[in-house]
Ligand binder design. Structure first.
Ligand code: GDP
Ligand code: MG
Length: 370
């Protein structure tokens, strides 16, 4: 669509909506935040703020925010589930991620040296599963706060010798807020003092009632350290995926989110992207958060160069003009000029917002000094 709401327009200018609403009032228009603005009004207002309107940019920006992740059922195909592992500190998240990766990845890929790109894929019984290798609730909440909803399934790790702890409860809240199904992995069952029943009891009190007890939560007993129950866990993940039928349209231009990004001395900005819809290809013109570029090189989680990344695949790319942030969304455009235009607009806007934030911080500090 070619229109913008008052709220969207305000965001583009880096101004509060109330500013725009007040200006409209002066013009004799009573507007709300969700009201659509016509082209003439947008130009008039933009002129007031000393901003030149480029229609194309506004139109495409609107579609960037609103449309892209919608699935076209007619051409949709199943995609691998994207799984996040959460749980209390020391309950075995990292050990589990390592255990899954080592049993499944290196076995099938002779000589494949896994490289840490923030996410990896394994194949279980011929089906792929994507794991986000960024455990920690901060990563999850940061991504969600930035608008990226990338997790399909949460595996909640609870140590059988320790039980439900504060971060266990926090993880349950995060998963519920994101409407993501939870599979419970009762870990460390190899320990002599392991008490899985106690964990089941405590989690039932949190509303996660095991299927064995008449509830609908899947529990799997594992030892991440000894490699016990890992296959069962993967099977349950595939079962949940089968029920939920996660889909995507691989024929579309790619869309997705940044898992992590950094500045590499040699390669420049490097970003791990998770393709959520469409397919990403070498040479694609891309906007990533407030950055843009052309996909120069793509490397998968095994450190191999790839030419194409399909839905639910994590890849590390180079070719961006700057370093994006984790949780930023990306989108491929037909031509590089448009990508550049949008990327630059977004960067400018971010800079304006940043400046304003700095200014207000300074004035707050001033207040406290007095
Ligand atoms: P995280 O903080 O959740 O990432 O926990 P870690 O994976 O770092 O594990 C914390 C400690 O528990 C480490 O010393 C692990 O070796 C140990 N650990 C993890 N899983 C198991 C398990 O299944 N059995 C036993 N005995 N120890 C485990
Ligand atoms: Mg850890």
């Amino acid at each position: 669509s070619g229109s913008l709401t008052v709220g969207q327009f305000a965001e583009k200018l880096g101004r509060p909506s109330t500013d725009i609403i007040k200006k409209l009032m002066v013009l004799g228009v009573m507007a709300t935040k969700n009201q659509d603005l016509d082209k003439d009004t947008i130009e008039l207002l933009a002129g007031d703020y000393g901003v030149r309107v480029e229609e194309e940019v506004i139109v495409d920006e609107a579609s960037f925010e609103d449309e892209g992740l919608e699935i076209d059922e007619k051409t949709a195909v199943l995609r691998p589930p994207v799984v996040t592992i959460m749980g209390h500190v020391d309950h075995g998240k990292t050990t589990l991620l390592d255990s899954i990766r080592h049993t499944k990845v290196t076995a099938g890929e002779a000589g494949g040296i896994t490289q840490h790109i923030g996410a990896y894929q394994v194949v279980h019984e011929g089906k792929k599963i994507t794991f986000l290798d960024t455990p920690g609730h901060a990563a999850f909440t940061t991504m969600r706060a930035r608008g990226a909803e990338i997790t399909d399934i949460t595996v909640l790790v609870v140590a059988a010798d320790d039980g439900v702890m504060p971060q266990t409860v926090e993880a349950i809240h995060h998963a519920r807020a994101a409407k993501v199904p939870i599979i419970v992995a009762v870990n460390k069952i190899d320990k002599p003092n392991a008490n899985p029943d106690h964990v089941m009891q405590e989690l039932s009190e949190q509303g996660l009632v095991p299927e064995d007890w008449g509830g609908d939560t899947i529990f799997v007993k594992i030892s991440a350290k000894k490699g016990i129950g890992i296959d069962d866990l993967l099977e349950m993940i595939l079962l949940v995926a089968e029920v939920n039928e996660y889909k995507a349209n691989p024929e579309k231009p790619a869309r997705g989110a940044v898992i992590e990004a950094e500045l590499d001395k040699g390669k420049g900005p490097v970003a791990t992207l998770l393709v959520q819809n469409g397919a990403l290809r070498i040479g694609d013109a891309i906007v990533v958060g407030n950055t843009f570029g052309r996909v120069r090189a793509m490397v998968n989680d095994l450190g191999r160069r790839v030419k194409k990344a399909t839905p639910s695949t994590p890849v590390e790319i180079t070719g961006l003009n700057n370093v994006p942030q984790a949780g930023d969304q990306f989108m491929v455009f037909e031509d590089e000029k448009k990508a550049r235009q949008i990327g630059e607009t977004r960067a400018e806007r971010a800079l304006i917002t940043e400046r304003k934030e700095t200014t207000s911080k300074v004035s707050l500090d001033d207040l406290f000094e007095k």
